[in-house]
Write a protein of this length. Structure first.
Length: 261
């Protein structure tokens, strides 16, 4: 039996790559696109295009929604899919913690799976796990994330998830000099519990993150680079399969991997 998939954001950088992956996976079937530029657009494929998520989810027989859009619409797509009994696999970044909690409640109520993954690249998921481990021994830490200049949200979803995982293992402490002064606003980056995040946006970049841990006479750097968007496709593929087996929301691909060996 094939898994029937709707893609939201099919013209985007990730959406285009995901279409190729789904079309080349035997047990996946693309059944509709959710796109805001339906009107006046020629749709040469046989796949129907919808602008209205509720209409799409009510009319199309689908198992999974893959959302690769923007923080503003990604949340409402996910909420609507859950209400219609369609399982969301969400790559869209920039959701607020309270939005994730709300979706968690809805998935629990509906008893269906939902996966929200700040990063689908397995290497980035491992980076986050290694950073969490290191935080136990190195409480002084800063995160540098670098992305292409078309990215809407800062910091990246991956940096925010890295921060959350580091906090789980780090003893809270003030970092840097107590009398530090910024002579240029923002020079020290965004701050949460003393941890700094620096966001770089430049053409030529794809998706990159470095976590730097400073200790007495030593520096530990953990780094991951996505060179292209194919790096995310294995994770999306795995999530489409796994979301079919879940009855609740999972936030982060690490929850689907065997990481204890
Ligand atoms: N979890 C992960 O591993 C990854 C997550 N991402 C995240 O995925 C998202 C998409 O990234 P990317 O493909 O690079 O971004 P793009 O800007 O290339 O694509 C986003 C697409 O969403 C479309 N869109 C906007 N509003 C709507 C709407 N109402 N309905 C349907 N489609 C809409 C945009 O249309 P238009 O062109 O008209 O603006 C655009 O085509 C981002 O949030 C990004 O951070 C990215 C890479 C990896
Ligand atoms: O917008 C992107 O490109 C990416 N977004 C995700 C994020 O915000 O972390 C994942 C990856 O970094 C690429």
């Amino acid at each position: 039996m094939s898994i029937k998939v709707i893609i939201a954001g099919p013209r985007g950088k990730m959406g285009r790559e995901a279409i190729q992956m789904i079309e080349s996976t035997e047990h996946f079937q693309l059944v509709a696109y959710l796109d805001r530029k339906n009107k006046g657009r020629t749709n040469e494929s046989a796949i129907p295009v919808y602008e209205d998520p509720d209409k799409c989810f009510a009319e199309v027989q689908a198992d999974v929604l893959v959302d690769l859009t923007t923080p503003e619409v990604g949340f409402s797509h996910t909420e609507s899919a859950l209400k219609h009994g369609i399982r969301p696999v969400v790559g869209t970044s920039g959701f607020k913690p309270e939005e994730i909690d709300e979706l968690k409640k809805l998935a629990d109520e509906k008893k269906i799976g939902c996966i929200i993954a700040p990063n689908f690249a397995v290497g980035a998921v491992l980076l986050m796990q290694f950073a969490k481990m290191a935080a136990k021994y190195f409480p002084d830490v800063e995160i540098i994330e670098k992305h292409h200049d078309q990215k809407l949200d800062a910091p990246s979803g991956t940096a925010m998830k890295t921060l959350e995982l580091i906090k789980e293992n780090r003893t809270a402490k003030a970092q840097g000099h107590p009398n530090e002064i910024e002579t240029l606003a923002g020079a020290r980056g965004g701050e949460s519990e003393g941890i700094r995040i620096h966001s770089v946006r430049l053409p030529g970049l794809v998706a990159h993150e470095e976590v730097l841990f400073g200790g007495n006479g030593q520096l530990l750097t953990i780094k991951h680079d996505s060179m292209n968007r194919q790096s995310f496709m294995e994770g999306i593929k795995m999530s489409i399969d796994e979301v079919m087996k879940l009855d609740h929301l999972v936030y982060g691909l690490e929850n689907l991997l065997e990481l204890n060996n």
